[in-house]
Design a protein around this ligand. Structure first.
Ligand code: HPA
Length: 276
């Protein structure tokens, strides 16, 4: 069981380390870049970055396609920190693996967390390459990143986990830029094996639109930290058995890369200041 502490001592140590290196910056928005989305932070202005491996308390991602760098920069005038690469539950069985990075970003001033991921589609007409904004999630994995926390802060309300105002703004921005975006419910499977066709049929019957192996633990942690959350998925494949699909990691990586272009455009437009 993880020893989750309500006092962010490890995160404070990480912030002190960043300050000692002259790297700590005040930020408005934190963005977690999933598979294939690393290019978004490359276009940020006035960048500084550090590998997770050099930052105390940060985890070490071990999946190809996930870099593991903390990047500070400016995007469309917004002060942003990117977590380029995440650690998944299936790597070490630790659902709280991204706790310290998220706490650090909250300590640096982030109010909003934008998560990106790749996901399998549960609809035969939600095609690979499409972008979906997550409206809600289903976690029947049996685990939770807040297990082990002692204080009552662990009883985090999840009713409005995916911020309504952020989703509304995203839809407006998408329409204004001619980018089509769906909204859907994401069901977390802990992986690393892909789902069976029977699990995919179950997910569909339970009301899910997408399946994936990430994001949900980070959303729970972010809500615990009081961050507003928005999450975007790039559909990389049909779920197992849908239209005969049998997803592979190679396929998801390849499609995530090409499908990420829409998400990158969308996020830049989202971050641009507007009058509303
Ligand atoms: N299942 C789980 N995770 C995924 C999938 C999928 O089909 N596609 C991309 N990530």
């Amino acid at each position: 069981m993880n020893e989750l502490s309500a006092t962010p001592a490890e995160a404070e140590a990480a912030v002190a380390f960043l300050q000692s290196r002259g790297l700590a910056r005040t930020i408005d928005t934190a963005i977690v870049l999933g598979t294939g989305l690393g290019a978004l932070c490359e276009s940020a202005a006035d960048q500084t970055s550090l590998p997770y491996s050099e930052i105390p308390g940060f985890p070490r991602p071990g999946v190809s396609g996930h870099d593991g760098r903390l990047v500070f920069g400016a995007l469309e005038g917004s002060r942003v920190a990117f977590l380029n690469g995440r650690v998944h539950y299936y790597e070490q069985g630790d659902a709280a693996a991204m706790r310290v990075p998220l706490q650090v970003l909250a300590l640096l001033g982030a109010r909003t967390l934008i998560l990106t991921n790749s996901a399998g589609s549960l609809h035969s007409d939600w095609y690979p390459g499409s972008v979906v904004v997550i409206r809600d999630h289903i976690n029947l994995s049996g685990t939770n990143p807040l297990i082990g926390l002692q204080s009552d802060s662990r009883f985090v309300p999840m009713t409005d986990a995916y911020d309504e105002r952020l989703r509304k703004r995203l839809r407006t921005v998408a329409a204004a830029n001619g980018i089509s975006v769906r909204e859907g419910v994401y069901m977390w499977f802990c992986g690393p094996s892909f789902e069976t066709p029977a699990e995919i049929r179950m997910a569909r019957q339970l009301g899910a639109d997408l399946v994936g192996m990430s994001t949900v633990p980070e959303v729970i942690l972010a809500r615990w930290l009081g961050l507003r959350v928005m999450a975007l998925s790039v559909i990389t494949n049909f779920g197992a058995g849908i239209s005969g699909a049998s997803p592979t990691h190679a396929e998801t990586k390849e499609v995530a890369l090409s499908g990420s272009i829409g998400v990158r455009r969308l996020l830049r437009a989202f971050l641009r200041p507007s009058d509303d």
